[in-house]
Design a binder for this molecule. Structure first.
Ligand SMILES: *[C@@H]1O[C@H](CO)[C@@H](O)[C@H](O)[C@H]1NC(C)=O
Ligand SMILES: *[C@@H]1O[C@H](CO)[C@@H](O)[C@H](O)[C@H]1NC(C)=O
Ligand SMILES: *[C@@H]1O[C@H](CO)[C@@H](O)[C@H](O)[C@H]1NC(C)=O
Ligand SMILES: *[C@@H]1O[C@H](CO)[C@@H](O)[C@H](O)[C@H]1NC(C)=O
Ligand SMILES: *[C@@H]1O[C@H](CO)[C@@H](O)[C@H](O)[C@H]1NC(C)=O
Ligand SMILES: *[C@@H]1O[C@H](CO)[C@@H](O)[C@H](O)[C@H]1NC(C)=O
Ligand SMILES: *[C@@H]1O[C@H](CO)[C@@H](O)[C@H](O)[C@H]1NC(C)=O
Ligand SMILES: *[C@@H]1O[C@H](CO)[C@@H](O)[C@H](O)[C@H]1NC(C)=O
Length: 394
């Protein structure tokens, strides 16, 4: 009896835990991890990385709206070069009710961090439950999409591609050949925005798509992304899709067999891009012997934040592209033109699979096995002034 009451008395002290959460680590608009479970008495310590984020309490019903009387860190601006002594904000868990959190930066604008999926939860429902984290984040993303759509509609500089009359009646269309139905091309909006990187500032004009992110480079040097092409028994790019910012370098490392990386387009995945005066990039064939230990590389520098689609041009003994050997940079994973949809078009047009009339209308939010964020923030196309941008930084 004595032992029992002692244990009970000590329980709150023994079991209270400190849980660390990174806010905006790696320049991502995300909390990491995205969702946690915590016991009464636990302390959740948020560490604010570079940029200017908040930890603000909302509700499940209104993910991007401040809850009256809820916890709120306020804005925590952190310079790009600060990597230690990060400011923190601590939330004490007082009961087992779910606590819903979002970043209030750029609230109610198309650049809303919450609308880009920058949300977090403590003690939310499991996946499958109505109040799961996935459902919470999806409603935040839907708010972001609707903010972008209304900004596009309101913008007097909005333009529509010649092929679509307006975003509202943008109809499903067909791929370049094969009568295969594909989602409409997104409608772009011209945006002029001031960009600050460290001590440099400049103004850039770019085309923004619904769900697309800001054109801010990660750093003056850019980030290096490595992609493995092929390998023993593999007809794939690994990883098959990346998100990259202007100035980033993608290093394609060619492994076994004889592959290429060649730029194509969403509606013509297995042929080299050649439209409107734009010719796609092409690494050329990179034969690699079965016993090779050194692998040739070919580099591509990202200049744009619009999606870049690519494939392997090898057709011997059968089409690699038709087998699904395709790759994308900055595919907007929350849109119908996501990576899976692109790969389906490739398989339908050049694969041996029986042609179906329409791809699945998949809208996915990728999640890594740890449950941490890998929300594709979507992208904007920096079509103009990239040269001016580089000049201003050197
Ligand atoms: C941080 O963001 C808030 C809201 O957008 C803004 O008012 C504030 O000036 C920003 N602080 C810095 C240092 O950029
Ligand atoms: C960050 O950059 C600013 C301006 O260049 C400089 O004053 C500051 O000392 C730097 N801080 C660190 C931690 O490097
Ligand atoms: C828990 O209670 C403390 C003390 O009343 C309060 O400051 C804190 O904001 C509460 N935590 C939450 C998540 O509401
Ligand atoms: C690589 O593939 C291309 C296209 O099929 C072919 O022309 C070339 O001879 C191949 N190279 C080697 C070394 O097998
Ligand atoms: C590609 O870029 C990487 C990293 O910047 C560099 O080490 C490599 O030599 C480059 N490869 C080629 C073929 O230019
Ligand atoms: C895909 O099919 C088209 C049309 O038959 C053909 O022109 C193209 O070369 C094929 N591409 C690949 C990589 O199989
Ligand atoms: C598309 O949907 C069908 C029917 O629901 C399913 O059998 C198939 O596996 C799906 N394909 C992909 C690529 O998700
Ligand atoms: C996909 O969505 C479009 C537009 O909502 C619809 O017209 C089409 O029938 C859908 N296709 C499938 C296979 O569900």
């Amino acid at each position: 009896m004595f032992a029992f009451s002692l244990a009970l008395a000590l329980l709150p002290f023994i079991s209270a835990t400190v849980i660390d959460v990174q806010v905006g680590a790696g320049g991502k608009l995300a909390y990491s991890p995205e969702a946690i479970s915590a016991k009464v008495g636990d302390q959740v310590v948020f560490h604010f990385n570079a940029k200017n984020h908040t930890v603000t309490q909302s509700s499940f019903a209104s993910p991007c709206g401040k809850k009256d009387g809820g916890v709120n860190s306020g804005f925590q601006p952190v310079p790009a070069n600060q990597t230690d002594n990060l400011p923190t904000f601590t939330v004490t868990v007082n009961n087992t009710d779910p606590i819903w959190i979002y970043c209030a930066q750029a609230a109610n604008t198309p650049n809303s961090h919450c609308g880009a999926g920058m949300v977090f939860a403590i003690n939310c429902g499991l996946d499958g439950a109505p109040n799961s984290f996935t459902n919470f984040k999806n409603s935040a993303l839907a708010i972001g999409a609707s903010l972008s759509a209304s900004a596009a509609a309101a913008s007097s500089t909005a333009y529509t591609p010649a092929s679509t009359a307006s975003a509202a009646d943008a109809a499903w269309t067909t791929a370049a050949y094969g009568d295969y139905t594909i989602p409409p091309a997104p409608t772009a909006t011209l945006v002029t925005q001031a960009v600050t990187l460290g001590t440099s500032s400049w103004t850039t004009t770019y085309s923004s798509y619904p769900g697309s992110a800001a054109p801010t480079p990660n750093s003056v040097e850019g980030t290096v992304h490595k992609v493995i092409v092929g390998g023993p028994g593999k007809l794939a790019f690994d990883p098959p899709t990346i998100s990259a910012q202007p100035r980033d370098v993608v290093v394609f490392e060619f492994h076994q067999k004889n592959h290429t990386v060649t730029q194509s387009s969403f509606d013509d995945p297995c042929r080299k891009l050649n439209a409107n005066g734009v010719t796609g990039f092409d690494s050329g064939f990179m034969p690699v012997a079965d016993d090779a230990t050194e692998f040739p590389t070919w580099n591509f520098t990202v200049t744009d934040t619009a999606p870049v689609w690519a494939y392997c041009r090898q057709q011997l003994p059968s089409s690699h592209c038709g087998a699904g050997m395709v790759f994308a940079i900055n595919s907007v994973e929350t849109s119908p033109r996501n990576f899976a949809a692109f790969q389906n078009v490739a398989k339908a047009l050049n694969g041996t699979a029986v042609l179906s009339t329409s791809p699945n209308n998949t809208t996915t939010t990728s999640q890594d096995p740890s449950g941490a964020a890998s929300v594709k923030v979507g992208f904007a196309s920096v079509s103009i002034l990239v040269a001016a941008l580089i000049g201003s930084l050197l």
